[in-house]
Design a protein around this ligand. Structure first.
Ligand SMILES: [Zn+2]
Length: 71
């Protein structure tokens, strides 16, 4: 049995119920104010916004090799 989320239109309380699909279409009793005002909340699928990734390609290298000549 799927779990559905409801929101009470009376007090705004959110609650979840395990219900058959057909029962979930009907308003449910709010556990907070005990009124039959719980409307099913349809949760939207999470959409990830397109984001560009910036990468810095920087390489700084100093070669500390030098010929040393002593005369
Ligand atoms: Zn309520």
């Amino acid at each position: 049995m799927p779990m559905y989320e409801f929101k009470c239109e009376e007090c705004g309380e959110k609650f979840e119920r395990l219900l058959p699909y057909l029962d979930a279409q009907n308003p449910q009793e709010c556990p907070h104010c005990e009124k039959i005002s719980g409307k099913r909340v349809v949760s939207a699928p999470s959409v990830s916004a397109a984001s560009g990734s910036d990468s810095f390609g920087g390489s700084g290298g100093y070669g500390g090799c030098g010929p040393t000549g002593f005369g």
